[in-house]
Write a protein that binds this ligand. Structure first.
Ligand code: MV4
Length: 445
């Protein structure tokens, strides 16, 4: 086991990793930008280093400063968290070249899954159903239109070099493919430095259901059930839950086996998430695989009782998974609400000073946050302030518990998405578990 880990991140996930390290008896090194000098992760780490100015490019995205911080402090491993360099294969490579363990999959696996066309090919090779679409990237409108003729409209154009919806365009019919192609490739170029696109048939209605997997260095892989992340706005997830209201034990087994098959086919190491689209008839299709710990990992921890961050650290330290698939039993129902410092109507970021903070508690309530009264939310990073997670025996009880927790939660000094979550949880569609791609428009009046 490592004696010391450097956490190459900030906010709630940095705190989450520090907590896992402390429970494993591992020393912690926090890095921080000038804007985060008074942030809670700095306070709770054993050591801390200021790595630069507020803009992420000069701090949290600066690989050489992260590596030299690890070398100066003697940290044997770096945990990247999510975002920033968590899925940057070059960073993973440089860590290994410098003799520092990157807590995550291999650079090769990050690179493979970061290329969404290669990821689709890998899924097909592992016998995992993928969305019908192009076998390769499409280099022109004509090529995309050719695929459109084969698979039928509407289509979805997606960026080969990146996921999460950036550079994605819905193409309702052949007449719109020219404009959509130009817009999507421009956005892909801007976001990922690579304009390449691929084509998928548009699946609607669809749910976004993802399977958590864990693989160790011996190549054994298990899955930890699913998370339903269908409530998104512009591909930013807002509410996640486990189990999915659309799941049956048989469907869970088949999706879990597919995710494990894919991970095993590349000898996947570490925590990973296989994202699927689930259509109205119970057909599921591989979308992409994320090679990081995800924001929404707590709902899986709540229903399985497994600490995913400790598992990541143990796997990176070379320990075998002590879990077999039979050991993984899901119990209860968990929901997570992401509390962002944003206007709940316009989603415009609302940075500022937290003047008052009252956090919820009581049975089955967990709050992952770095907030404290008097702290300042800087404008330089994403707007996630806190995650409220609940666990209860049934979905109805979990909803009631979340409503109670959100009523107790009070954050003054910035605008928050709390009112939006209250509207979502109160909506008949959400209560009935009838959610799909179109859901959020119906709630966003
Ligand atoms: C899709 C899709 C429909 N058909 N792909 C991609 C990124 C992820 N955030 C959601 N994405 C989608 N990909 C095909 N071929 C619909 C979505 C989608 C979505 C899916 C399920 C639930 C909510 C959604 C919100 C926006 C987009």
């Amino acid at each position: 086991m490592f004696s010391k880990i450097l956490i190459a991140n900030r906010g709630e996930i940095a705190l989450r990793i520090i907590r896992a390290c402390r429970e494993l008896g591992v020393g912690t090194v926090a890095v921080y930008s000038e804007a985060d000098a008074k942030s809670l992760h700095v306070e709770l780490a054993d050591e801390s280093i200021c790595i630069g100015p507020s803009h992420a490019a000069q701090s949290y995205l600066n690989a050489s400063r992260l590596i030299s911080s690890a070398e100066i402090t003697g940290a044997g491993a770096i945990h990247p968290g999510y975002g920033f360099l968590a899925e940057n294969s070059s960073f993973a490579e440089v860590c290994e070249q410098c003799g520092i363990v990157f807590i995550g999959p291999t650079a090769e696996q990050i690179r493979l899954m970061g290329d969404k066309v290669k990821a689709r090919e890998t899924a097909m090779g592992a016998g995992v159903p993928v969305v019908p679409g192009s076998q390769t990237a499409v280099g022109s409108t004509e090529e995309a239109a050719e695929v459109g003729c084969q698979i039928g409209y509407p289509l979805m154009l997606k960026a080969s070099a990146g996921g999460g919806g950036k550079g994605m365009r819905l193409v309702p019919s052949a007449t719109e493919i020219g404009r959509a192609f130009a817009a999507a490739s421009a956005e892909a170029m801007a976001a990922f430095g690579n304009p390449a696109l691929y084509v998928e048939r548009y699946i609607s209605p669809a749910r976004h259901v993802e399977i958590q997997v864990l693989g160790d260095r011996t190549g054994s892989v298990v899955h930890l059930g699913e998370r339903d992340c269908s409530i998104q706005r512009r591909h930013q997830k807002l509410v996640e839950e486990s189990p999915s209201p659309a799941m049956t034990p048989d469907l869970r087994a088949r999706m879990g086996e597919a995710a494990v098959r894919l991970a095993r086919s590349v000898k996947y190491r570490g925590a990973g998430t296989v994202e699927f689209l689930l259509d109205g008839e119970g057909n599921f299709y591989f979308m992409e695989m994320n090679t990081r710990i995800q924001v929404e990992h707590p709902v899986t921890e709540m229903v399985t009782g497994i600490d995913l961050v400790k598992a990541q650290i143990r796997i990176a330290a070379g320990e075998p998974l002590l879990l077999s698939q039979e050991d993984i039993v899901l119990r209860g129902h968990s929901i997570e609400c992401r509390i962002n410092a944003e206007d709940p109507e316009t989603f415009v970021p609302s940075p500022g000073k937290i003047l008052r903070l009252r956090l919820p508690g009581g049975p089955g309530v967990r709050v992952d946050t770095h907030l404290y009264a008097g702290c300042t939310i800087p404008p330089f990073y994403d707007s996630l302030m806190a995650k409220v997670i609940v666990l209860a025996n049934t979905r109805e009880e979990a909803i009631a518990r979340m409503v109670r927790a959100l009523d107790e939660l009070d954050i003054e000094g910035v605008k928050t998405t709390i009112p939006l979550h209250k509207r979502i949880l109160a909506s008949p569609e959400f209560k009935a578990g009838r959610i799909s791609t179109r859901f959020l428009e119906s709630v966003l009046v």
